[in-house]
Design a protein. Sequence first.
Length: 350
Amino acid sequence: MSKENLLKSIYYQLCLIVVIIFIYLMSYLANILIPLVLAVFLGILFQPILKYLKAKGINQYISLVIILLMLLGAVTLFGTVVSNTLNQIIGERHQYLELLDDKTSAILHAWNKLSGNDFNFTSLVQDIISHIDANWALRASGYLLAEVGDSTEVFLLTSVFLIFLIDSIMNYPSYIAYLIGQSNNRNHIIERFEVVKKSIVKYIIVKAVASFSMSVLFGLTALSFNLDFAYFWAFITFFMYFIPTVGAFVVTIPVMVLAYIQLSFPSFIILTSILFVGQFVIANLIEPRYLGNSVSLSPVSILVGLIFWGYSWGIIGMVLSVPILIVIREILKNFPDFNFFVRLISKRNS
């Protein structure tokens, strides 16, 4: 092996070691890194708003505190609404399971007749009811409130980081110039940061509009078919759609189950078709059109990023997975040896 190939081999091995250490640190230092990364992304997202308010004579710290209080209120509202609705659904579990039993019995009777089996859905329903008792409801609600409490703790630490970082984020050109001194790459680094900032802001704005559209779709559809908890489905859809790829799918499952229980079979098919067609139009036609090449990540890389960051950082990691991939891609663009990975995580036509 030539000296050049040997050095290249050592270089790639060192890169692999760095990646492994990076993956380990992501999980081990999650309690510190999650608030820090979240603070940076929130700072980038709020920077245009804070800059505008500052130009109007409003102190940036006062504006920041107001925005953070609104976000904290949204987190608390989310936990409260989900907890109360879960308790309400569990309180009416007998009614829903009896309806499900009635709907399914005819289908199972035909299946048993054809297959020669003797599967009894009624006994299964009774077994489910026996396990879903009041104590289970309390435990589930307690777990949910504990998760909200953990999220509140993360949010408070994020707020502390953000207050200390906001000056640097607001004046990032001069801060970057200060960090790297008189380097020839100073302008290039500032330009790349600007690209990252615009990409993340655009992604969040488009995602928020798409989430709102999906929320309206679920809410109006549920109301049109007199589905129970219609406003809740609209509410939860808005938040869940921020989780790429799987968010809308996860919230669709309970809606379809409830629709199957409450509606006739033709109405169930129509409702399901409306939801899936609406999701397809929003996710595959509207979002890509307005995002353009600012994101342009391959579906596989988004899915892998979702799994990795979800495993490392939970729901917050899932929400941040796409912005993190955008940052990683822009960093790797500065290293020619990693062009392969840039092309790997990007869409082919980007």
